[in-house]
Write a protein that binds this ligand. Sequence first.
Ligand code: SF4
Ligand code: SF4
Length: 300
Amino acid sequence: MRVAIVSLSSCLGCQMVFLSLEEYLFTLINENNVIHAPFIMDSKEQPEAELVLVEGAVRNGDDYRKAKAVREKAERVVAMGTCACHGGVQGLANTFSAERLMRRRYEAGASFDGEPQLIDRLLPLDSYIGVDAYLPGCPPPLGLFRTFLEFALAGTLPSREGSSVCSECDVSGIPLPQPGPRRTTAGAPQAGKCLLEQGYLCMGPLTRDGCGANCVSELAIPCSGCRGPSNDVLCRGAVDPQGETIRRLARATGKNPREVQEAIADPAHAFFRYCLAEPLLRRRRPGGTAPYMYRLGERE
Ligand code: SF4
Ligand code: SF4
């Protein structure tokens, strides 16, 4: 099977996972025809391929043209990583207009002649081309990536139903109420106890599982949502990630939801760090990402 990896606007972190496959990468190269992978081989043109893994989001005109070419030349397209699946951390830039972004980064007087035109609003890959399978994660967990590849190379594109990170998290409850909302900079959470119940903002209940929940169960680091929204959030009409998390935190801390909301300084970053560009969430009312999208360009 001919396999290709294509990068749109990205940090190349998803391709690093490809390299982390170690000996399986050699098996992959020996048994299949890896014909295009900019990070590990020198090939400029996008060739025709049976399986194309696309990392990154459509941020500018070049990305758009590349994505269209992928769809024309690929039998099956996989959105690899949370940028391709939901816009990823880059989607946070949607709180600024394209013009303001460029001015903020390069200041007045910079010339962009010959550079690809920035698309005003970053969107995930499937907003532009048909996608056959999704493998979210920032980057996708190594084990999951390998299993995915094994299935895909055997001819089936796996689709996981996707529960939440809480379903994989091995922690116990704690007597409530607890102080909060708290930030990890103000003190480390207690290991082995639910971080949300300790008053930390943990996105585990709304985030897709598959990572093994190591951050939360083993390292006591609150889940930031890097695998993107769970199916429940994406498919059930009424789930509002912000409101839902605030309600849970209010219950854990014994505070009024409004008080909790006011204590969270940057809600777009806190609740939608990896999925602000996800159109399925943007349509939600109330909450969702809509209030931030309407404020395009207001933050400086
Ligand atoms: S999903 Fe994460 S690791 Fe992959 S390209 Fe985007 S930012 Fe990088
Ligand atoms: S620590 Fe986070 S992921 Fe684990 S059970 Fe609590 S809310 Fe869920």
